[in-house]
Design a protein around this ligand. Structure first.
Ligand code: OAD
Length: 257
């Protein structure tokens, strides 16, 4: 790392060490180095697939087989990947800081796999199932809902016996889980340092969180190789992959501890 970048890292680490509360919001970019595709980059999912056919309730009611086909493919892909150095660094941060809240827009479960506890999942978790009718949520290891998707065999809810099961993720036009958004908002208002990592910061309400934090007095840091909607507002930006910069910050934090 060049001298100037290294000095910037050290200054940020000093801020992290002094902060009484730190908040991080992650997006698809944090999992890219694990092999999970992002959404809006040139090779991203929304440049190859149409969200209106796959990620909303009307699409599911119209053609549940197509929607399940797509989510089964994504589940399969995500079941084969591992957390990367960025996920592990974020998991370590909670033991190195006075108070740390991790909020993610990702549904891939990789933060939990890396050891992060109490992750706030704003957009759900692709491994869980939910009944479209009675809204019962089923954990991934619930044997009653374990199934392998095959055309013509759609899974039904074992509780109400009528509703179709769907992945427990937030689709366009749906509300975010109330607890998750309330906790995130409070953490953003409370923190003195906010890290926006690997997100294009265009999908609301998640995209409002860095701005809520900054308006409440937090120092705003962005980690993203590309310029985003948020870049102009950030107090500090790192244009490096999160899998490189986060472990550097964590190692410096440990040295200075
Ligand atoms: P996007 O695809 O919109 O943005 C991913 C961001 O990650 C881009 O700004 C990239 O520059 C950045 N990036 C790429 N590689 C990176 C790396 N190695 N390290 C750090 N950053 C990197 O994904 P999100 O912002 O997460 O919602 O998208 C938000 C929501 O839109 C998703 O949760 C999903 C989607 O529709 C739902 O499914 C409800």
């Amino acid at each position: 790392m060049e001298d100037q970048a290294s000095e910037t890292c050290k200054a940020l680490v000093e801020r992290l060490r002094r902060a009484s509360s730190v908040c991080a919001l992650t997006g698809a970019g944090v999992s890219k180095e694990s092999g999970v595709p992002t959404f809006r980059e040139a090779d991203g999912l929304w440049n190859r697939f149409r969200p209106e056919e796959l990620a909303n309730v009307e699409a599911f009611i119209r053609n549940p087989t197509l929607v399940w086909e797509w989510y089964s493919w994504r589940r399969e892909l995500m079941s084969r990947v591992q957390p990367n150095a960025g996920h592990y660094a974020l998991a370590e941060l909670s033991s190195l800081l006075k108070s740390f809240t991790l909020i993610t827009q990702n549904v891939d479960n990789l933060h939990r796999q890396a050891g992060s506890k109490d992750v706030i999942e704003l957009h759900g978790n692709i491994q869980r199932n939910k009944c479209q009718e009675c809204k019962t949520v089923y954990l991934p290891d619930d044997s009653r809902t374990r199934f392998e998707f095959r055309k013509g065999q759609l899974p039904h809810c074992p509780e109400c016996n009528t509703g179709l099961l769907r992945p427990d993720v937030v689709w366009f036009g749906e509300m975010l889980p109330e607890d998750a958004i309330t906790q995130s908002w409070e953490a953003a208002e409370r923190c003195d340092l906010f890290l926006s990592i690997g997100t294009s910061a265009v999908v609301y309400p998640a995209a409002a969180l860095p701005q809520v934090a900054q308006a409440s007095g937090a120092f705003l840091v962005e980690i993203n190789p590309q310029v985003t909607e948020l870049s102009g507002k950030a107090d500090l930006s790192f244009r490096e992959p999160s899998g490189e910069i986060l472990p550097t910050l964590v190692n410096l934090l440990k040295e200075q501890a």
